[in-house]
Design a protein around this ligand. Sequence first.
Ligand SMILES: Cc1cc2nc3c(=O)[nH]c(=O)nc-3n(C[C@H](O)[C@H](O)[C@H](O)COP(=O)(O)OP(=O)(O)OC[C@H]3O[C@@H](n4cnc5c(N)ncnc54)[C@H](O)[C@@H]3O)c2cc1C
Length: 394
Amino acid sequence: MGSYAALQLAKKGIKTLVFEEHAQIGIPSHCAGHLSIQSLRKMGLYPLSKGILENTFCAANFYSPQGTKFTLKLRSPVTVAVNRTMFDQYLASEAENSGATFSLNSSVQSLIVYKGYSKGVNVRFSDGSVRQVHSKITIDAEGISSRLTRQIGLPTLRTNSLVYAVEAEFENVQNIDLDAVEVYFGKGYAPGFYGWLIPRLDGSAKVGLATNEGDPREYLNRLMLKHPIAQKQLSKAKLKKVGYHAITLGGQIQQACTNAFLAVGDCASQVKPTTGGGVIFGLTAANEAAKVAHEALAEGDVSLRILRSYQQHCNALFKFDFSVMLRLRRFLDSLSDEKLDEMLRVCCKLNVNEALHNVDEIDFQGKMLLTAVKKPAISAALIYFGLLYLSANP
Ligand SMILES: Cc1cc2nc3c(=O)[nH]c(=O)nc-3n(C[C@H](O)[C@H](O)[C@H](O)COP(=O)(O)OP(=O)(O)OC[C@H]3O[C@@H](n4cnc5c(N)ncnc54)[C@H](O)[C@@H]3O)c2cc1C
């Protein structure tokens, strides 16, 4: 999100410096890169170049822990899988081409705060030296660690809303539709969340899950060995890579800005509580942050009085959707495995797939629900249930 904010700032002619603690942008990656086409298009990021784009999807298969399958098939592709490392590197190179400067191997240690204003950051550089770097505005896109947001006194992420994810890359997965993402439910496999398999065209796949208890790697092993469907798909698969990271499902923090400081992305918990998808909301917020920073710099006033409009924009864009998605998250967490199985059976019986055929908005799920409720109540509930899990998510 930092690179995208930098791109938007640099395009407006603002002198922008990005610090990244790793040696390369986008590495390590901790994201399945499952994004909605419509949202990427709205941001001018679609179509994507071939190297970044791994696959496109017009379907999702949902499995209950008992193996009941419900397939949702849309008339055309609605989501893509991107190589997240290459996607981030593309955004960074666009930002550089627009005039932003990147400083790699540069770890921000803390904010410089003076009289309640962020005045820049203390950075540890690759030679071990720690130096002060002053700025008029700081945009924090540090991800889930959210140390700077804490230091400046903004609300912190809700720790009881974190889930812990494992994501692995496998070669040679079998029995899969290349145009569908696989979603596995069940408290025995991914309590508090779900498991996923996102296929690539070459027979490899990104496979992961998140849980709100226990060790995610043990749950992944169980999914591979015991799940009635996943174990067949993964029985001959070869593990290439595995990584771990938390996902914040608590909804956006109440205030993501203060004097000379704006927080975007995971550090502001701009992540969908239903699906854990954070890229589209994070990019949207980064764009808003850049606009407001530009206005503030033009006015020569970077106080909260001016920057507050960032929060107002985020609320207008996300607040309703977050409140609906938080309720849905609670609803889903409350379902027993038996109820889940029953719901998938009902979706199949009622032909929910047919009713959803033409849908293309899947990120802003609260607003989408408003449209859905115009249909008969029971269909609306079922339609939403299905659509939810096809959305751009891990
Ligand atoms: C397993 C998994 C799968 C996911 N899949 C999807 C998906 O399919 N679709 C989707 O939309 N979302 C997905 N998400 C969520 C998505 O990855 C995040 O919402 C998104 O990456 C947030 O971007 P960000 O820029 O805020 O944070 P990050 O991507 O975490 O980036 C933060 C950057 O800041 C750097 N940094 C941190 N601290 C410092 C410091 N002190 N100094 C300098 N640099 C620093 C880091 O090195 C990193 O480059 C997934 C999450 C997980 C864990």
